[in-house]
Design a protein around this ligand. Sequence first.
Ligand code: ATP
Ligand code: MG
Length: 441
Amino acid sequence: MRLSRFLLPILKENPKEAEIVSHRLMLRAGMMRQEAAGIYAWLPLGFRVLKKIEQIVREEQDRAGAIELLMPTLQLADLWRESGRYDAYGPEMLRIADRHKRELLYGPTNEEMITEIFRSYVKSYKGLPLNLYHIQWKFRDEQRPRFGVMRGREFLMKDAYSFDLDEAGARRSYNKMFVAYLRTFARMGLKAIPMRAETGPIGGDLSHEFIVLAETGESGVFCDREVLNLPVPGADTDYDGDLTPIIKQWTSVYAATEDVHDAARFEREVPEDRRVNTRGIEVGQIFYFGTKYSDSMKALVAGPDGVEVPIHGGSYGVGVSRLVGAIIEACHDDAGIKWPEAVAPFRVAILNLKQGASETDAACEQLYRELTAKGADVLYDDTDQRPGGKFATADLIGIPWQVMIGPRGLAEGKVELKQRGDGSREMLSLADVVVRLTAPH
Ligand code: ATP
Ligand code: MG
């Protein structure tokens, strides 16, 4: 992508409305634009990050055996009357009427709809276990939308729903999602800690929130520092095998949200120098809720003995759009964002330090062509900004690899390669830059 032809509306000043660093940086880097309170347009740079996060979430759901579908944003009120949640949900639900005065709502979550789909097609235990997910926009009319995409009203969520014959099966499904979540967040460069959590209005008795530690987070949390050092399961994890050793390892170290925190146990189990009491950002949550929806909505399957029983369910959410902000909270410095490579909007930036000079233009064009041909995501800053402005832009928008091409280096056949993450710099030939940036990573 040539920056001169891209839409990147960088802000020079800090926007006053932004209270936390991720919100500030997303606005300054031209990633998104507020269209109404808690409702955002994703500008090209932000949209690229959102898509990368979404794709990692998808790949790990698929790896764990969940199956993707897509449900609509609008749902019939009558469906929610079946579960009793239409009235219970309260003012967070956006209620809409169509031209026939039929009552609809913009889905804040999808337990009812997925249960309705499930019960229409699956009648026997032979169709189990099943885990269906989608990645779709949700609407919750939050009382205090704030912090940009972290607490929006319209936001992108991955929500998965598992169906099992009994509690033992449901726990196996729960464990698969637990492991998938460990992998998902680690691939994005995040340490997201599974913490015991309250089950809230969804009900049930087993839940974990996945929390990224950050002072700006909205949840109070308590944990043993050791939990930060636990190993994340590899890509070769056998999801059909026994996952309980992994779950045991992760749940035997103390980690709880303040809602379910047990101070006595915390002090008993965690040595004083390992006690962490801080705040965190909830990037995902998993629930086992038993037969809550299958009872009220009559989602029954015939067991091996022919007797019909209500299925045991779980639901598993990831805040895809919230993650964009959460990653920035975890990865930034005074100059701007420091994207982990896996979610960076572009992996490489080429900075032409003397736009219009024939040697620098030719070298930049050549590198741009070669890298692009080899499949690298490259942003070529071919604008007529001064070098200082180009450095600032590349750092602000957080491009992991930056290649600076100027007349002084070129006179010696060299360009400068900078890593945004640690600020390290090297002088290399163009050919070596290509090798370095196209090596398997
Ligand atoms: P919170 O406690 O932050 O309000 P929640 O527990 O109500 O969230 P869930 O129903 O568990 O949310 O939704 C799954 C995920 O969706 C959450 O873990 C979070 O990452 C994300 N999410 C929830 N509400 C919002 C929101 N208003 N804006 C952005 N992301 C959200
Ligand atoms: Mg939650």
